[in-house]
Design a protein around this ligand. Structure first.
Ligand SMILES: N[C@@H](CCC(=O)N[C@@H](CS)C(=O)NCC(=O)O)C(=O)O
Length: 97
């Protein structure tokens, strides 16, 4: 079974979302685009402050554009993230490194 694609929650008007889409597309990341608005009640479960963008890859949620770009587009950080695939392990790694 193919792995589920990561999902980018985004809004066309959001400049923070533009830069993530540009970075993901330049990097050739295969992701699903989901347009959301601040009034979308389901989006609050993804990002309680309802800002866009948010990037969901399995259980891993990143809700800041620069963090998304760093996690998904920096080869070194992506390698670490893939091998320490939980936010707790990633934070622990960052704190001791
Ligand atoms: N530091 C966040 C900022 C996110 C942010 O401010 N997003 C704006 C759109 S660009 C937003 O959702 N604003 C909603 C609001 O201000 O109500 C990031 O870079 O992702």
């Amino acid at each position: 079974m193919a792995a589920a694609k990561p999902i980018l929650y985004s809004a066309w008007i959001s400049s923070c979302s533009f830069r993530v889409r540009i970075a993901l597309n330049l990097k050739g990341v295969d992701y699903e685009y989901r347009a959301v608005t601040r009034t979308d009640p389901d989006y609050e479960n993804i990002n309680p402050i309802k800002y866009v963008p948010a990037f969901v890859d399995g259980d891993f949620v990143v809700s800041d554009s620069l963090a998304i770009i760093l996690v998904r587009c920096s080869s070194v950080i992506f390698f670490i993230y893939r091998h320490l695939n939980s936010i707790d392990k990633l934070l622990a790694f960052c704190l001791v490194s």
